[in-house]
Design a protein around this ligand. Structure first.
Ligand code: ADP
Ligand code: MG
Length: 254
């Protein structure tokens, strides 16, 4: 099937949770195409289905109905092992709480996904690769620090380096600045913009309008469906300043 460069394509995706007593229709018919090198912020109130959708996009969960094409391959029906394999090769995750191993150096945290990858690297190669990615997110010289010896922003940089170590096509970030102060948030968003400018597709969940402004496109969910899908008309730059984007439609409320 030809996806016209869509790295992610959801076709009428539904997700129903069955808790025993009742069914929860968390996602109720979402169709969405995201192309290579897009930067999308997924927004919406708590309970609107953002995390459920991210879990599907990240191959952590499967849709109850509908199809998910990742890089042209229909992954909606794959078993756990095949999903894990695809996840490891194509997707990097960044979480609100960083999710680093505590008594483990920054370098070892970043090396971890490489240990599960198909390519067999020597210890020296692992180290060289991890250190290169750590340097690319501004952490050169901190390779031996443990998470407790790093600030929140530095810990999130380690988590971003870990997400990048397998050269993913898509980076998924769930509230990546949720635990950071506003100045550090600007620094972290600048890193996501740099990754995106290098051609990586970034999909990020956020509650905050000013964080969503770093993306190029905002998708807003409500009650398990997409309510709105619009280009960012006033985009935040790496310094946190809003710049009007030529050609992007202004939202009707402005
Ligand atoms: P959001 O991330 O936008 O807050 P979620 O995707 O977490 O929304 O949740 C969407 C709906 O699905 C909510 O009503 C939530 O209670 C329900 N839900 C999420 N995960 C589960 C689960 N594992 N089991 C049952 N219900 C769930
Ligand atoms: Mg959520």
């Amino acid at each position: 099937m030809n996806n016209n460069g869509a790295v992610v394509k959801l076709l009428d995706v539904h997700k129903t949770y069955n808790t025993g007593e009742m069914e929860v229709n968390a996602v109720r018919g979402v169709s969405l195409e995201i192309h290579r090198a897009e930067f999308v912020a997924l927004m919406g109130a708590s309970g609107s289905g953002k995390s459920t959708l991210m879990n599907i996009l990240g191959c952590l969960d499967r849709p109850t109905a509908g199809h998910y094409l990742l890089d042209d391959a229909d992954v909606s029906g794959l078993d756990r092992d095949r999903l894990a394999d695809i996840r490891n090769r194509k997707i990097g995750f960044v979480f609100q709480n960083f999710n680093l191993l505590p008594r483990t150096s920054a370098r070892e945290n970043v090396e971890l996904p490489l240990l599960y990858s198909a390519q067999r690297l020597t210890n020296a190669q692992l180290r060289e690769k991890a250190d290169r990615v750590l340097a690319s997110v501004g952490l050169g010289g901190r390779e031996d620090h443990h998470p407790s010896q790093l600030s929140g922003g530095q810990q999130q940089r380690v988590a971003i380096a870990r997400a990048l170590i397998n050269d993913p096509e898509v980076v998924l970030a769930d509230e990546p600045t949720g635990n950071l102060d506003s100045r550090t948030s600007v620094e972290i968003m600048a890193i996501f913009q740099q990754l995106n400018e290098r051609g990586i597709t970034v999909i990020m969940v956020t509650h905050e309008q000013d964080i969503a402004a770093y993306a190029r496109r905002n998708v807003i969910m409500r009650d398990g469906v997409i309510l709105e899908d619009r280009p960012v008309a006033r985009r935040a730059n790496a310094a946190g300043e809003l710049v009007r984007i030529q050609g992007a439609e202004a939202p009707p409320t402005l």
